[in-house]
Structure formats: C-alpha cells, structure tokens
Design a protein around this ligand. Structure first.
Ligand code: F6P
Length: 401
C-alpha cells in the first residue's frame, strides 16, 4: 500500500516536523511502499499533484533539516471541501487520485478548518464502503483546536512572542519620557498566544502590564482607564492585545473581507488602540503588529513543540494502520510538573470547525490580565532549544529543488 500526506492552513514552525513523523514511521513499516506528498493541501489530491517524498527527502540530513524548517514544504491551502450533496464530483476526483496511486491512508496536517476535510472525507468513504483511512494531525499557532491540550506549532510561536515582547520591554524602557507600547499578536477569536506572554513573569518581568484577549470584556473607556492606572506605576507601559479583540464602542481599522471559511483578516486592533491612546492620553505611543513573523520563527522554536509534533505525526500512521479513520490525533496532559502528555485520537467531528477559547476562569476579574494558572499551563510548551543548522551566520532552511 501507499499513503499520502498534505499540509493545510497557516504555517507554523512544526508542520514539517509532523510530516517527518509520518514519513519516518512509514519507512519503518514494511507494508507501506511509498509516501506521497500532496502539493497545496487537499487541492493537490483533487488536481492529482503528488510527489513521492523519497524524491525530495533523500538523506538523513534532509530529514533533520526539514524537521527544523518552518512553514509547509508541500505548500498549503485554505480550501473548504464542499458538502457531498452539493458537489460530489470533487469527492470522486479525490477517490480517483487515491485509487490511481494505491493510497490506502491519508494524513491531513491542519487546524480546525482542515479537520472539517478529515470529517467530510472519512464520512464519504464510510458511506461508499471505501476502505481508505483518513486521519487528522493538528497544527495551529492559535491553539484553538478543541479536545487537545495544545496544538503542534503553538509552543514555538509562544516562545517567539514572549521572547520578542521581552526585547520590546528592554527597548521601550530607555527614555525618561512616558510611553505606551502595544503589541498585537495573532490568534483569531482565541487569546491563547497573546496570553502566553505571561510566561515572562516566571523570569521576574512585571510586563506586559496589560493583556487583552478576545475572551475579555472590553470598552475603549475601560482601556484608557487601565492605561492611566498603569502609567501611575510605570514610565513605559507595555500592552499585549490579541488580534481578535472587539471594541464595542470604537470603529476598528480592520478590513471587512472574509475567506472561504468566513474568517476576516483580523489585523488592525493595535493601530486602533494606538490612535485611542494618542487622541485621549497624548503620550508617546507605538503599536507593533507581530504579524506573520510569529508563525515561522524557527530560530527560537521550542524543542518540546518540535519533538511532540514529530511524535504526533508518527502516532497518526500507527492509528491508521490499526484501522482508525475519521480521527484526529490529540495530546492529553497528564501533569504539568513533571510535564507528561500522552497522544490519543478522537472523532474528527469533535474538532471540525470548532474553536477552543482561553478559559474565562484564567482571566483576572478586571479583564485585563491572566492568572498564575496560565503560566503553569504555558511553561512546559516552550521548553528546550533545537540546535539550528546555520550557514553564513543565518539559519538554513530546507527548500524544494
Ligand atoms: O494560522 C493561524 C492564523 O495565523 C491566525 O492567527 C490568523 O488570523 C490567520 O491564520 C491568518 O492567516 P492567513 O492570512 O495566512 O490566511
């Protein structure tokens, strides 16, 4: 038999590590002949654009380099699989591609939108008595996939945003004048990544002085009052805000257009808050949007994240070979200290198109910070450093020839 793997959604530092996990496990499995990579997610299956991974991962050095290279080596997509009654042709094309290449198991590495594809495709195969296994491998820097304790890719993004905010704290503290610095962090409708900057407190930083998440109640008046209170204590106030924050009473600078899943491009809240501070407080103010840098910042990735991402990829292959289909692999946390997780699988419908929000009980009563418990949750996920391959003083990335 052959198997296929595809990568989907926004990039992370760890998606290629999961691909390597799938590939290595397949190499150890005598009944698997070839592993095909699909170009641009499920679109590559629909359009029959597959590449035999042994043609691109030729040596152990290639494998190690790919494992630590951010983004998606096979490309990605934001493609919504239509409902089968609307467009059964697409499903037939997928089936034809799998049959043509003798593919008996398909692994889809992606976030909650991609798990929709896993659920729909496995339902279709079951209904049509097709014995091809479909298993989802989670990833997203947003950490918003239900059931799993955390998502592959999140720990590395968290490590980068915390380290970057720490550098911003040092930078902002040099002048004698008052200033406000607002850092906008990704995360769509869930504030996990913005909240993760609280780990700095484990290293005795006081900042960020304010952390705002989409799960917080927020008004511009309350925000200005919070800033003034912090200014009474700190010359340079550092604020972290999650891109998905909604301000009830102020028009945000966001673009209203949406993608196929109905998601708006969320950037702009930092600039909106910067303008509010300028107009109402009048001190030096700057907003910094970390933007896509937080997705592919492998130079400071978390070893725990990269190792776990590879392990969850290899567990997906084992799950499919033992007969599982329509499943998504998940992490279950057994303990924080010592940090122990086990890998499990759940029905893909439990995660498809669903979001897991930052727990309300971990947000402080005044809705502008997170509690100690969050630090305990985040810290294990950012542990360890990967020895990054360097050339001419810069990280080396694996590239498709
Ligand atoms: O991958 C997650 C995410 O980065 C979100 O935080 C963000 O809102 C979204 O993807 C935007 O991604 P893109 O512009 O690449 O579609």
């Amino acid at each position: 038999m052959n198997i296929a793997v595809a990568q989907s959604g926004g990039p992370t530092c760890a998606i290629n590590a999961s691909l390597v996990g799938v590939y290595k496990e397949a190499l150890k499995t005598p009944q698997i002949d070839a592993v095909f990579g699909s170009i641009n997610g499920i679109e590559g299956i629909i359009n029959d654009e597959l590449v035999d991974l042994k043609l691109i991962i030729k040596t152990n050095e290639d494998m190690e380099l790919l494992r630590q290279t951010p983004s998606t080596v096979l490309g990605s997509c934001r493609y919504k699989l239509p409902d089968v009654d609307e467009q059964s042709d697409t499903y037939k094309k997928i089936l034809n591609c799998f049959e043509k290449h003798r593919i008996e198991a398909f692994f889809y590495i992606g976030g909650n939108d991609s798990m929709d594809t896993v659920a729909k495709l496995s339902d279709y195969f079951r209904e049509h008595d097709v014995h091809i296994k479909v298993v989802g491998i989670p990833k997203t820097i947003d950490n918003d996939l239900p059931v799993t304790d955390h998502t592959p890719g999140f720990g590395s993004a968290a490590k980068y945003v915390a380290a970057t905010v720490q550098e911003i704290i040092r930078d902002s503290s040099v002048y004698s004048i008052e200033s406000v610095t607002i850092v906008e962090i990704m995360g769509r409708h869930a504030g996990w990544l913005a909240a993760s900057t609280c780990v700095l407190r484990a290293n005795d930083e006081i900042a960020p002085h304010l952390i705002y998440l989409p799960e917080c109640k927020f008004t511009s008046e309350g925000f200005l009052e919070d800033v003034r209170k912090q200014q009474a204590k700190h010359k340079a106030v550092i604020i972290v805000v999650s891109e998905g924050m909604q301000i009830e009473d102020t028009k945000s600078l966001r673009d209203d257009s949406v993608d196929v899943f109905g998601h708006q491009q969320l950037s702009g809240i930092g600039k909106t808050l910067e303008n509010l501070v300028r107009e109402n407080i009048g001190c030096k103010v700057r907003s910094i949007e970390l933007n896509v840098m937080q997705r592919c910042s492998s130079h400071i990735c978390s070893k725990t994240d990269i190792d776990e991402s590879e392990q969850i990829g290899s567990s997906a292959v084992k799950a499919a070979l033992s007969g599982e289909t329509g499943k998504v692999m998940v992490f279950r946390r057994i303990s924080d200290i010592p940090y122990v997780v086990k890998i499990d699988s759940v029905d893909a419908h439990e995660t498809a198109n669903k979001e897991k929000f930052f727990p309300k009980e971990w947000i402080t009563d005044d809705q502008n910070d997170v509690k100690e418990k969050a630090i305990r949750y985040f810290l294990p996920l950012i542990q360890g450093e990967v020895k990054i391959a360097m050339k001419n003083g810069m990280p080396v990335h694996f590239k498709l020839k």
